[in-house]
Design a protein around this ligand. Structure first.
Ligand SMILES: O=C(CO)COP(=O)(O)O
Length: 252
């Protein structure tokens, strides 16, 4: 049985005091069950403080992006070495907003996935189709390409510990959730692609999250699906009570 993994992606929201308050509230009430993991993916300036606040607790801290190089002349960038040094455990890679606004490609996603493992970070690799692609029946082909290229060259062990987040772009921040059956169909496809690219054993270990307008009211149904092992949540992860309700759903 795979654990459920609930990750909040705050995107570019909150100031430090709000981030600290949220984390204090969550740490106090987070379920202690071993079958669910909770991760807060926060903006870079808050990471150090949040890592301190979550030390010795079940809450992990993730970044929302990083560069694939260890150091150098990359003004404004943050390296995997810096994240690891702070105590960050996870990093979101290839979010559709980064692909759209910051020229992230399958190639840079792949470089970042390799860099994450090299430095002991767990990548949350995001994939997802646009509305146009869905309407043109290109979803499965597009997702397969993103998964294959994103995970290319990783060892079986690395693939097994990658978290893949399926986030249909048309469902992000729009209030439109994919039906749990449609979401599961793509998550099953992702697992089959990994089966083919790696092995059945490896594919069975990969945690696959769904993301796109997930909230306490719809997470239960999503998590009952065979290949949905958790959620990557934007808007509904911004309030502690809501985030805790999502994590609680993962314990069932
Ligand atoms: O992009 C997302 C998480 O990475 C989803 O955002 P929303 O939950 O706000 O739709």
């Amino acid at each position: 049985m795979r654990n459920k993994v609930i990750a909040g992606n705050w995107k570019m929201n909150k100031i430090l005091a709000e981030a600290n308050q949220f984390t204090d509230d969550v740490v106090k009430k987070v379920p202690s069950n071993d079958n669910v993991e909770s991760i807060i993916c926060a903006p870079f300036p808050f990471l150090s403080s949040l890592v301190e606040k979550t030390k010795g607790t079940k809450v992990k801290i993730g970044a929302q992006n990083m560069h694939f190089e260890e150091k150098g002349a990359f003004t404004g960038e943050v390296s995997p070495v810096m994240l690891k040094d702070l105590g960050v455990t996870h990093v979101v890679i290839g979010h559709s907003e980064r692909r759209e606004h910051f020229a992230e490609t399958d190639e840079t996603v792949n470089k970042k996935a390799h860099a994450a493992f090299k430095h002991g970070l767990t990548p949350i690799v995001c994939v997802g189709e646009t509305l146009e692609q869905r309407e043109a029946n290109e979803t499965m082909k597009h997702i397969e390409k993103q998964v294959r290229k994103g995970l290319e060259g990783l060892s079986e062990e690395q693939v097994a510990s990658t978290i893949v987040a399926y986030e249909p772009i048309w469902a992000i921040g729009t209030g439109k959730t994919a039906s749990s059956e449609d979401a599961n169909e793509v998550c099953t496809h992702i697992r089959n692609v990994i089966k083919d690219a790696a092995s059945e054993d490896t594919a069975e270990k990969v945690v696959i999250q769904y993301g796109g307008s997930v909230k306490p009211a719809n997470i239960d149904e999503l998590l009952t699906q065979s290949d949905i092992d958790g959620a990557l949540v934007g808007g509904a992860s911004l309030e502690a009570e809501s985030f805790l309700a999502l994590v609680e759903a993962g314990t069932k």
